[in-house]
Design a protein around this ligand. Structure first.
Ligand code: AMP
Length: 296
C-alpha cells in the first residue's frame, strides 16, 4: 500500500536516536549537501534548549541534538552524580520539536581509550576568571567534549546559549584557534515569566529557594539600569548585599568586558559590557548573566 502524505510527513518528523559514533556519522553522511545544525546538551531539557533547536531549524536542513553528561567538565563528583537525567521526557520534547537526529552516546564512545581528545590551546586569561576560577578544569572538559562532538558531527552551525557566557566565548576562541569550519550561533537566555533563567538545575530547587532565586534577575536588571550612574565597586557591593539578603549565597558577581571577560573598573572605557554571577540556592549552584551595554 502506498504511504499517505501524512505518513510520509510523520516518518520524516521522527527523531532518530544514535548511540554510536559510527551510526550518527553514517546517518549524516547519507544526508550530504544538506546543512547541519548541532545543539550539544547535557539533557534534562527545557524550553531554553528547545529555543536553540528552533533557531537551528530556521537556519539548517538537518538538526542534530546531543545528550551527554560530560564527566570531564565536572570538578566535583557529587555535582556530576546529582545532575538530573530525564531521557524519556527529553526524547519526547525533541520529538515535539521535530529534531531529526539525537546523538546519545556512552562515555566510551566519546572518550575511547586509544583516542587523544584533550584540547591544548592558549586561552590567555579567558578561563582564569569566573567559572574558570571557581571550577578548576571545567573549561578543559568543555572544550574537550565540544571539540570531540564537532569532530563527530561536522556541523555547519553550532548553537549555544548566552546563558553560559564564558562557555560560548571560550568555544568561539577554540573554533578560531583550531580553524574549525563551524559557525557558532549564540542564542538569547530563555527565562521563566518570573525572570528566572531556565536551567536543568532549577528542577532541584525547593519552592522556597526558587522564589528566593528570583533575586538574580532583579539584581542583574538593576545593574543594567544603574551602570551609567554608579561606580562599578558600588554596583557590585550592592548586588552582593541584595543577593545575600534574599537568602542566597553569592559565589561571585563580576562586571566584565564582554570580549576579554576581564573585570572592568570604568564603564565609559568599554563598548561591550556584561554582568555574570554564580550563587547557591541551598545546594543548587545557579549562574546567570546579562549584557549591560553593547555598542559594538
Ligand atoms: P546544558 O545542557 O546546560 O549544557 O546546556 C546546553 C545548551 O543550552 C548550552 O549552550 C546552554 O547555554 C544552553 N542553555 C541552557 N539554558 C538556557 C536558557 N535558559 N536559554 C537559552 N539557552 C540555554
Amino acid at each position: 500500500m502506498l504511504a499517505s502524505k501524512k505518513n510520509i510527513k510523520d516518518t520524516y518528523a521522527m527523531t532518530k536516536v544514535y548511540k554510536s559514533v559510527y551510526g550518527i556519522r553514517r546517518a549524516l553522511a547519507l544526508k550530504k549537501n544538506r546543512s547541519v545544525g548541532f545543539v550539544p546538551t547535557m539533557g534534562a531539557l527545557h524550553h531554553g534548549h528547545i529555543s536553540l533547536v528552533n533557531a537551528a531549524k530556521k537556519q539548517c536542513d538537518i538538526v542534530v541534538v546531543s545528550i551527554f553528561v560530560n564527566p570531564t567538565q565536572f570538578n566535583e563528583k557529587s555535582d556530576l552524580d546529582k545532575y538530573p537525567r530525564t531521557f524519556n521526557e527529553d526524547l519526547s520534547l525533541l520529538k515535539d520539536a521535530k529534531v531529526d537526529f539525537l546523538f546519545y552516546p556512552t562515555e566510551k564512545a566519546i572518550y575511547p581509550k586509544n583516542l587523544k581528545t584533550n584540547v591544548k590551546i592558549d586561552l590567555g586569561k579567558l578561563d582564569k576568571v569566573m567559572e574558570g576560577a571557581h571550577r578548576p578544569g571545567h573549561f578543559d572538559g568543555v572544550m574537550q567534549v565540544v571539540n570531540r562532538l564537532l569532530e563527530i558531527t561536522s556541523p555547519d552551525r553550532l548553537y549555544m546559549g548566552q546563558k553560559d557566557f564564558q562557555q560560548f566565548t571560550i568555544i568561539q576562541h577554540m573554533i578560531d584557534q583550531l580553524k574549525i569550519k563551524t559557525k557558532l550561533e549564540v542564542c538569547p537566555i530563555l527565562r521563566e515569566p518570573t525572570g528566572l533563567a531556565m536551567s536543568s538545575r532549577n528542577t532541584r530547587l525547593t519552592p522556597s529557594n526558587k522564589e528566593k532565586s528570583l533575586v538574580l534577575y532583579r539584581t542583574l536588571s538593576k545593574l543594567k539600569e544603574n551602570l551609567a550612574t554608579t561606580s562599578i565597586d558600588k554596583l557590585i557591593s550592592n548586588s552582593l548585599k541584595e543577593i545575600k539578603t534574599a537568602g542566597l549565597k553569592p559565589e561571585y558577581i563580576e562586571i566584565i568586558n564582554g570580549n576579554t571577560l576581564q573585570s572592568i573598573t570604568n564603564e565609559k572605557d568599554h563598548k561591550y559590557i556584561g554582568a555574570c554571577l554564580a550563587a547557591w540556592a541551598g545546594d543548587v549552584r545557579l549562574i546567570d548573566n546579562m549584557i549591560l551595554k553593547d555598542e559594538r
